[in-house]
Design a protein around this ligand. Structure first.
Ligand code: TRP
Length: 397
């Protein structure tokens, strides 16, 4: 099959490349037909919001988009929009890669002061995993909601929902699912997602479930009955197929196409070839439940180094930040631009050793994760219940 020969694969279920320097994101933009976020767009965001953009935008972690200008124009005209993102609850704990879209979404919510819906796809994980009972996926949705809440989302502007719970509650959501399903043929779904004859039919229907929250009419109680609030979806770029489909169907239903802002993937500890994956090699993953010691051990032992093979060689030839996983992680999690630039220069020249670079990362991550742990402990069952109950969300307009 062509797939086996290709240099890289990016689907909602698999992300892999043969290249040591990681995924070719320019190729993805070409293949998917999205648009790169350029300097001019970033300047426009800063002008409209009157503040510097998040370092994920400055550094190209969020690097690609569809119709983001439309959303900015709305904001400039003081017209409403809403944010939609989600999580597939397949593991007890989130890992660093899961945090990225949520950290950025929190920044978007704070900056644009808009409502947010978060879909927990317990149904999807049940359908695609071999050994995950539906009841367990639903329980994990609630567990994972705690991690999401701990990031500081505004309770008056955020609705988190489990698919199995909300679909059985909301006639409007299910009606939108049916309308979407009716406008996608099996051949189209096969073209977009690569379904084959042995995939269960639940998987084939599921894309409509992930597309439905793109439309505000799926949430009448939340948007005060307003059926055409435009939507912006922050997500990792592997989720784009769902929303290409949503955008294809939207005009047929008289709805607006959702806008998108896409992130790159955080690589696994062992190298740039794959994304961090909870169901893969556990030594390639840093979980938000890891202790300080586990974080330190994993990075020291497993983080792929772009440095020289010996200390002498490293001093002479320097390190390659493009391949060095520890450096790459710092671009996601170290906020201070000038410090990061200093590290890059010193590592590239060989002045900074791999050990010292790793120590820098260990301290950044220990701080981030222990802070997260404390915040998560303060999330009560009552808070989860409130975030997950359908209710009117505050509108700034
Ligand atoms: N399918 C996503 C996952 O497995 C979860 C998800 C649902 C999502 N809706 C979304 C992700 C919207 C981003 C945006 O993680």
């Amino acid at each position: 099959m062509a797939e086996e020969q290709s240099e890289q694969t990016v689907t909602p279920w698999e992300v892999f490349t043969k290249s040591e320097t990681g995924i070719d994101y320019d190729k993805l933009i070409r293949d998917f037909g999205s648009t790169r976020i350029d300097e001019a767009l970033i300047n426009r965001i800063e002008k409209a919001t009157e503040k510097p953009v998040h370092h994920h935008l400055r550094r190209g972690v969020f690097f690609s988009m569809r119709d983001l200008e439309t959303i900015l124009t709305l904001y400039e005209q003081k017209k409403p929009f809403f944010l939609y993102t989600g999580r597939g609850p397949s593991s007890e704990a989130l890992h660093l890669g899961h945090l990225i879209p949520f950290i950025f979404t929190k920044w978007l919510q704070d900056t644009f002061d808009v409502p947010l819906v978060i879909q927990m796809t317990d149904d999807e994980k049940f359908l695609v995993k071999d050994n995950l009972p539906l009841e367990e996926a639903n329980r994990l949705a609630h567990e994972n909601a705690k991690d999401i809440i701990a990031l500081g989302f505004d309770i008056n502007k955020t609705f988190i929902f489990s698919d199995v719970e909300y679909i059985s509650f909301s006639r409007d959501f299910y009606m939108n699912m049916c309308k979407i399903q009716k406008h996608v043929t099996f051949n189209q779904a096969k073209g977009i997602f690569g379904f084959g004859p042995s995939d269960n039919v639940g998987k084939i229907c599921f894309p409509a479930t992930q597309a439905a929250p793109s439309f505000s009419s799926s949430f009448p109680e939340i948007f005060h009955g307003n059926k055409d609030v435009p939507c912006l979806i922050p997500c990792a770029i592997d989720q784009d197929p769902y929303f290409r489909m949503a955008r294809d169907v939207a005009p047929k239903l008289g709805y607006q196409k959702p806008a998108l802002i896409h992130s790159t993937f955080i690589p696994g500890l062992r190298g740039m070839q794959s994304k961090m994956d909870a169901s893969g090699d556990p030594n390639s993953v840093i979980f938000v439940t890891d202790s300080d010691e586990q974080i330190s051990n994993k990075i020291k032992k497993y983080a792929y180094s772009g440095g020289g093979t010996t200390a002498e060689e490293h001093k002479k030839t320097g390190g390659d930040c493009g391949k060095d996983v520890s450096y790459q992680y710092l671009t996601f999690f170290m906020e201070d631009d000038s410090k990061l630039e200093q590290i890059k220069q010193n590592y590239t020249s060989g002045k900074l050793s791999t050990g010292d670079l790793k120590a820098e990362l260990i301290s950044v991550l220990q701080k981030l994760i222990s802070g997260h742990r404390q915040k998560r402990e303060r999330v009560t069952d009552l808070m989860v219940k409130k975030f997950m109950s359908p209710r009117k969300l505050n509108y700034p307009y």
